[in-house]
Design a protein around this ligand. Structure first.
Ligand code: AMP
Ligand code: MG
Length: 424
């Protein structure tokens, strides 16, 4: 295949080297949450709330027994009492309980009118149609008062939160059958490179299989995005790349590509994207892995788009996804918290630092109860060679430890900050 190298590529200027924090700020600054839509509660799992949700009624909606036993008047004390009736869960009694009478009651049943406490069945003795109450109780004992779990008007869920199984249960409790959530972002994934072939092909000499698209596609799917294009590989030609990007931009809110952004002759993307009208806010970041990294915005006919062109090396692609793209995806989704949680991680062996670039060292986390004078803490076990081509170094990575550049080694026992990747 022959290649025409555009002027812009052959005479390319070196873009400024930005810090990770600067690029993250720019990404968050340009990313606006998706519009909202109404969905049924049953469809809301994994969606992000667009407004806070309050209860309209108290829960429990009636004073309920927390025990199987006898509903009593606390002031009647111990003694032998007539059983006036039965209050079973789901079958409230129709009578008002008289003084010095009791009602058999099961857990969850409404307390009969006139009663004010419940004596556990273990503290009673059956005597035919009477019962001996062997302990005294206080008013309210073993009763869940109306609204004691959820008051009417209480906030259940804030805006910008992912609906999980517990939230679903709470919303169901509160009788909320529809809710306002953010639309799911549509994301296109595109691999580029003449050497890259589909994973189901036998590579010719000089070719390698595409691992970036399957990885990124499934990371995005785990995050709840709608992903497409993951089977598309664009060649390193202007025409092919332009066509692939144009299609991706017209069908999605955010486009992620890998490859073609470093300094080689066939790294055509930065110039091409500018030529297509993209505004580039980052081209090079001071980090390892992942120095070449394009973040751009495009004012497309079909609306504003975000575009991320990641480096092709599989680890660089995944690390820049975690450090940058994931923030944009979360902000698009409407999540209030876009950044990864951070934790302190103890370095269990001396590590060499990079002399120039801050590095994200991949580790698996092991909880050590002895650390920090018995309080406990995480040791970060290195995943081995940190080569940016070695995807195996990401396989068991729970966290990315932030290692500042320098000449001296990181000594055993040093505690460093790490991005905790275990929560999606
Ligand atoms: P590039 O960023 O295009 O210079 O590519 C850097 C390295 O990543 C090269 O060794 C590529 O062969 C490799 N690479 C590029 N794209 C992919 C991909 N989709 N899957 C696996 N490796 C890739
Ligand atoms: Mg390439």
């Amino acid at each position: 295949m022959s290649h025409e190298l555009p002027q812009a590529v052959t005479a390319r200027k070196v873009a400024p080297l930005l810090s990770v924090a600067t690029v993250q700020e720019r990404i968050l600054g340009f990313t606006v949450p998706m519009p909202t839509e109404t969905v049924a509660l049953t469809e809301s799992l994994g969606r992000i709330t667009a407004q806070s949700i309050r209860t309209c009624e108290p829960f429990p909606p009636f004073p309920a027994s927390t025990m199987d036993g006898y509903a009593v008047r606390a002031q009647d004390g111990e003694g032998v009492f007539c059983i006036q009736g039965h209050a079973l869960a789901g079958h409230p009694v129709a009578y008002t309980q008289s003084p010095r009478q009791v009602s058999y009651i099961t857990t969850g049943a409404p307390l009969p009118e006139g009663a004010n406490a419940v004596v556990r069945v273990e503290d009673t003795e059956p005597m035919g149609d009477q019962v001996r109450i062997r302990v005294g109780v206080e008013t309210g004992d073993n009763v869940r008062q109306e609204g004691s779990d959820l008051a009417s008007g209480q906030r259940l869920i804030s805006a910008g939160v992912k609906i999980g199984p517990i939230a679903l249960g709470l919303l169901a409790t509160a009788g909320i059958s529809q809710l306002e959530v953010h639309a799911r972002p549509r994301i296109a994934v595109l691999s580029t490179g003449d050497e890259v072939c589909s994973p189901d092909q036998v590579p010719a000499y000089g070719q390698i299989r595409d691992s970036n698209s399957p990885t990124l596609t499934h990371m995005l799917t785990c995050m709840g995005a709608k992903v497409h294009g993951g089977d598309h590989i664009a060649h390193d030609t202007q025409g092919h790349l332009r066509e692939a990007f144009e299609f991706a931009l017209s069908t999605s809110d955010l486009v992620i590509s890998t490859g073609g952004v470093s300094m080689g002759e066939l790294d055509l993307l930065p110039a091409l994207l500018k030529d297509m009208g993209a505004e580039l806010h980052s081209e090079r970041v001071n980090m390892k892995p992942g120095k070449p990294f394009v973040f751009a915005t495009v004012d497309h006919d079909t609306g504003p788009k975000l575009l991320f062109a990641l480096p092709g090396n599989p680890v660089s692609a995944v690390v820049t996804f975690y450090v940058f793209v994931a923030l944009a995806v979360r902000r698009l989704q409407g999540l209030a918290e876009c950044r990864w949680p951070t934790i302190g991680v103890m370095v269990p062996e001396p590590w060499q630092r990079d002399s120039m670039r801050p590095e994200f060292h991949r580790v698996s986390l092991v909880w050590d109860p002895e650390l920090h004078a018995g309080v406990g803490g995480y040791r970060g076990l290195s995943t081995g060679s940190q080569a940016s081509s070695r995807l195996l170094s990401m396989l068991d990575a729970d966290a990315l430890v932030e290692v500042s550049p320098g000449a001296e080694r990181i000594e055993l026992g040093t505690v460093l900050r790490a991005l905790d990747l275990r929560q999606w």
